[in-house]
Design a protein around this ligand. Sequence first.
Ligand code: SF4
Length: 57
Amino acid sequence: MAVVVNHDVCEGIGECIEVCPVEALALVDSKAVVDADLCIDCLACIPACPVEAITEG
Ligand code: SF4
């Protein structure tokens, strides 16, 4: 499982990337993308997102 980024909401701010402990998030075309193989479901990125674009998978 991994978190889900709603690309209709994501503004590419990058706060989620800063808090992810395993570098599972990256910006691709100004949208956050999750690498599900790396994500450990710590959920730190959910409250870090100022536009609430990330939800639990
Ligand atoms: S849930 Fe944790 S490990 Fe997964 S993308 Fe978010 S911050 Fe990274």
